[in-house]
Design a protein around this ligand. Structure first.
Ligand SMILES: [Zn+2]
Length: 296
């Protein structure tokens, strides 16, 4: 779907096999910036290459015109088809330094973060050719520039991308969606990253990997709701842990998932990992205010 003059969003549906009997339906968005060449932002899950290439052909362009792939981060639903896309396009891959290990060594990623169905989601490992840093301006040709914004929290090297000319912000998985699975490694960094995105002037269109396109006043509202959602989760985790009866991380996860009204399937080790990040940040009762209590 064309979003602005040069930016298109493409929804990739997929299933996560959480057990032999249960598959969860999900989707992830990838983004295409059509200039003199084509820049692809994220690659979706394994086999998404066909959807991406069919889409490029439907616009009258050719897959071989993809001259740069940017990974917002290294999670399976974002790098799944990277190997195949890169092989067919022969173009460089760019990512933040903190994501390179898990893109170039997917078995390392699986050993450190065993997402259910990992090997059905990820096609293979791929070399990263270019390291992206906060503040980098990428010249995509034809007057199209892309600013790299380091927005850690969801993962250490998560980046967002801003196209000032068209007021488009691509935020990857940086913004947690109220009611959806909360996934972050460092909740305080997540809050800081969302604050950083809120400070950018001229964002007219917000493109998030797990959400629909947001425009106009919705952009600021969605960012604020993400912050409030993080705070609700934080209060629930800290409150549940404080009553002292729950010590097992999965038991804590199940209780918080129930309190927040999340689907039972959210009681899993990945979400339990997010709640562990809340516990590490327990000195901040309110994530949205600087109220860190000092140790005596
Ligand atoms: Zn992710």
């Amino acid at each position: 779907m064309q979003i602005t003059e040069h930016v298109h969003a493409l929804k990739i549906p997929f299933q996560v096999p959480v057990s032999p009997e249960i598959n969860i339906d999900r989707f992830v968005n990838v983004f295409l910036i059509f200039g003199e060449d084509i820049c692809l932002v994220d690659c979706g899950v394994a086999s998404a290459d066909k959807v991406i290439f069919d889409y490029i052909r439907s616009t009258g362009r050719k897959p071989e015109e993809v001259s740069l792939i940017i990974q917002t981060h290294s999670h399976p639903d974002h790098i799944g088809a990277l190997q195949t896309v890169k092989e067919q396009c022969g173009c460089p891959v760019a990512a933040h330094a903190s994501e390179i290990n898990w893109i170039e060594d997917v078995e390392l990623q699986f050993s450190e973060r065993p997402v259910p169905g990992f090997h059905s989601l990820v096609g293979g490992a791929t070399k990263v050719n270019r390291v992206l840093n906060d503040g980098d301006m990428l010249d995509l040709g034809g007057g199209i520039e892309l600013e790299v914004i380091h927005t850690p929290g969801h993962s250490k090297g998560s980046i967002s991308l801003f196209l000032p000319n068209e007021g488009v912000l691509i935020s990857g998985d940086v913004l947690p969606i109220p009611g959806d699975l909360p996934i972050y490694e460092d909740v305080l960094a997540s809050v800081d990253s969302i604050r950083k995105l809120q400070q950018i002037d001229g964002v007219d269109v917000l493109l998030s990997s797990w959400d629909e396109t947001r425009q106009g006043s919705d952009v600021k509202r969605v960012m604020e709701e993400s912050l409030q959602w993080l705070q609700s989760i934080h209060e629930s985790v800290i409150g549940t842990a404080a009553n002292g009866s729950v010590t097992d991380p999965m038991q804590l996860c199940a209780q918080v998932v129930a309190k927040l009204g999340l689907p039972q399937i959210a009681a899993n080790p990945i979400v339990a990992g997010s709640f562990a990040a809340n516990l590490r940040a327990h000195k901040s009762r309110n994530l949205l205010e600087k109220d860190v209590m000092q140790d005596d």
